[in-house]
Design a protein around this ligand. Structure first.
Ligand SMILES: [Cu+2]
Length: 119
């Protein structure tokens, strides 16, 4: 089983510079670990496949580990920066649920369109 590491500071930098690494595709059962390297960020899931229940948003500055057992398209944001485009997508397996109607705020609306355009 492969574990992917996401660095939340990179996540922040990516959001400022481009959306290049803001989406990732993994296999069913893989684990993603988000590792904070700068303060003030977290992981909050706001959309996923039908029937999937989002976990509680994580605390700021904490490592987050999540295993994805259900194929689907997942959308998450950083709670403090959700209006600033700090959102990202995880695609698990061949999931293709529509997340275009997810409630995102401010600059994240444009970012979501850009991310979906890259899928
Ligand atoms: Cu943030």
């Amino acid at each position: 089983m492969k574990t992917l590491y996401f660095y939340l500071a990179m996540f922040a930098a990516v959001f400022a510079v481009s959306s290049a690494n803001a989406d990732v595709t993994i296999e069913v059962g893989e684990i993603i670990t988000w590792v904070p390297t700068s303060k003030g960020h977290n992981v909050e899931f706001i959309a996923g496949p039908d029937g999937w229940k989002a976990p509680k948003k994580s605390k700021l500055n904490k490592v987050v580990e999540m295993q994805f057992d259900t194929p689907g398209v997942y959308l998450y944001q950083c709670s403090p920066h959700k209006s600033m485009g700090m959102i990202a997508i995880v695609v698990v397996g061949d999931g293709d649920n529509d997340i275009s109607k997810a409630k995102v705020k401010g600059k994240s609306k444009k970012k979501l369109k850009a991310l979906l355009g890259e899928l």
